[in-house]
Design a protein around this ligand. Structure first.
Ligand code: PXG
Length: 292
């Protein structure tokens, strides 16, 4: 496996950065997780735009522009002979001093890893996932905007650990008002009485690229969609529920906090959305053959 590191392709064993990098010392940096389907980098522009916004929000200057970043991502897939997989793009603040100030840091490290990812076992896409709400809350949006996809994921990691310790694969995270925010690496949707609902971004959810895709596909199914604050009760009493994320894709959820969702099997509209999503991923992105 070859890793992209600041313009070079290096063997995995040689892909090393300084222990003084503020990405390591403070989680000071940004990242994206991107999927590659049959040689098509799904929604690459959308991911790079979000990376640019995340970087801007933390006053981090990206060492590469959009076209250079696109080429770097595609080159990394090509050099690894990848047609399907997962790309992790990381930009750190760079090496600096042992103090919080980013003064003197840099240049930032650009790291691109092309690998495989399977978040949940295949059978869960048929049977559906069971989730549980956990004590760890999403970080308040006035403390750190949830739209920033930064290298600080500790609260989501704690939530994941809390769910796993009680035998669940995924955690439902609330915001400090007790409303639904999202899961640890996925956005949440429900369908109730023929309407699709998902929490608004200011409830503490990331502007998920897959979330956006699901909203677009719902329009194709003439399923009205509302971004609205949701409570745990709304999820407990929904007809259908599913999660979206680059790693998870679109996965049905059939149980929330020990309450069965609908009849306890993946819902009809959820299945339709999954079918449409699987078609969409083959066409909506940048094809490795077309990018030079
Ligand atoms: N919320 C959070 C907090 C995320 O980190 C999503 C929602 C879904 O967004 P996208 O744009 O992917 O639809 C994410 C994305 C991993 C992994 O390693 C996590 C994500 C993406 C890729 C891999 O678990 N999270």
């Amino acid at each position: 496996m070859k890793i992209y590191l600041n313009g070079d392709f290096v063997a995995k064993e040689d892909a090393k950065i300084s222990v003084f990098d503020h990405g390591l010392l403070y989680g000071d940096g940004v990242f994206e997780g991107i999927r590659l389907y049959d040689g098509c980098v799904f929604k690459l522009d959308e991911h790079l735009e979000r990376l640019e916004y995340s970087a801007k929000a933390i006053l981090l200057e990206l060492p590469l522009n959009r076209e250079q970043m696109k080429k770097a991502v595609c080159d990394t897939c090509r050099i690894n002979d990848m047609q399907n997989g997962y790309v992790r793009l990381v930009v750190t603040r760079g090496p600096g001093h042992l103090g919080l100030t980013p003064d003197g840091c840099g240049p930032g490290n650009v790291i691109i890893i092309a690998d495989d990812i399977q978040l949940y076992p295949e059978e869960l896409y048929e049977k559906g996932l069971k989730i549980i709400s956990v004590p760890t809350r999403r970080i308040n949006s006035s403390a750190l905007p949830p739209a920033i996809k930064s290298l600080n994921y500790l609260n989501n990691i704690l939530a994941k650990i809390e769910a796993k310790k009680v035998g669940f694969q995924e955690a439902l995270m609330l915001n400090d008002k007790g409303e639904i925010a999202e899961c640890t690496g996925d956005n949440v949707f429900i369908i109730a009485k023929g309407i699709l609902y998902t929490p608004p971004l200011d409830a503490g959810s990331l502007r998920g690229i897959t979330r956006g895709a699901a909203i677009d596909l719902a329009a194709q199914l003439e399923l009205p969609c509302r971004e609205q604050a949701l409570t745990r009760y709304d999820l407990w009493t929904a007809d259908e529920c599913f999660l979206t994320g680059t790693a998870a894709e679109v996965i049905p959820c059939v149980e929330v906090d020990h309450r069965q969702v609908g009849d306890g099997t993946p819902g009809v509209m959820t299945r339709r959305l999954i079918d449409l999503f699987r078609k969409m991923v083959l066409s909506d992105g940048v094809h490795l053959n077309e990018q030079d």
